[in-house]
Design a protein around this ligand. Structure first.
Ligand SMILES: C[S@@+](CC[C@H](N)C(=O)[O-])C[C@H]1O[C@@H](n2cnc3c(N)ncnc32)[C@H](O)[C@@H]1O
Length: 205
């Protein structure tokens, strides 16, 4: 799917996004943040921040930079930061494939439910590696395809719905370690039946 279509989809869904996804996504993003020890003064880039489901989860002593290409999603996130007084959060309309940040700008990167939406996963991860410091944490939470036959059938069933959201299905979790040149430290799930595994990678430059 092309970027202009992704922008159109997410601008269209922005008003109902939290109602549909908050309960499913937020605990998983929280699980991801628990994997990194965010300290006072740390800088974090969140790629595909969307409506900012995660933003209240970051400690106030750090600086969070959220980027997204869909303006209406960002407007929702902006309202959230104002309402919750999240002064440590800064939001930018920006393409993850071409970020306007200098090399080594961030201590950690968080990519919640974005990796299977972008047209070019390798390019986004390469860009994330560029802007994150050496040995920085890269947290990827997403739907990846499953080898288990029950889940494979379930995936086929829900696939048309996912496609409407611009989500690619059928991407194996090994794709990240095999094609994106990152050191995967841990793959974990909130519980054994969870469809969304978490990748905790380390930026070995
Ligand atoms: C499934 S939503 C996830 C939003 C949020 N991370 C969450 O967990 O609720 C995917 C988000 O990625 C954004 N996105 C897609 N392609 C992008 C790109 N190339 N650069 C930045 N954001 C992008 C979309 O606009 C959308 O807000």
């Amino acid at each position: 799917m092309e970027k202009k279509d992704i922008i159109k989809i997410y601008n269209r869904y922005a008003s109902v996004y939290d109602f549909i996804f908050s309960r499913v996504f937020s605990p998983r993003i929280n699980h991801g943040l628990e994997k990194i020890n965010i300290k006072n003064g740390d800088t974090i880039i969140e790629v595909g921040v969307g409506t900012g489901l995660s933003l209240s989860l970051y400690p106030h002593g750090c600086t969070v930079v959220g980027i997204d290409i869909a303006r209406k999603m960002l407007e929702k996130a902006q309202k959230k930061t104002k309402r919750l007084n999240l002064k440590h959060v800064h939001l930018f309309e920006m393409d993850a494939e071409n970020m306007m940040f200098k090399d080594d700008s961030f201590d950690h990167a968080v990519l919640p439910f974005v990796i299977t939406v972008v047209p070019n996963i390798e390019k986004v991860v390469a860009e994330v590696k560029r802007v994150v410091k050496k040995n920085g944490n890269i947290i990827i939470v997403n739907h990846f395809c499953n080898n288990h036959s029950f889940f494979t059938s379930l995936e086929k069933f829900v696939s048309p719905f996912f496609m409407k959201l611009g989500w690619k299905t059928g991407i194996p979790i090994e794709f990240i370690s095999n094609h994106c040149n990152v050191h995967v430290k841990e793959i974990s799930k909130r519980h054994s039946f969870d469809l969304w595994p978490l990748i905790h990678a380390v930026n070995k430059k």
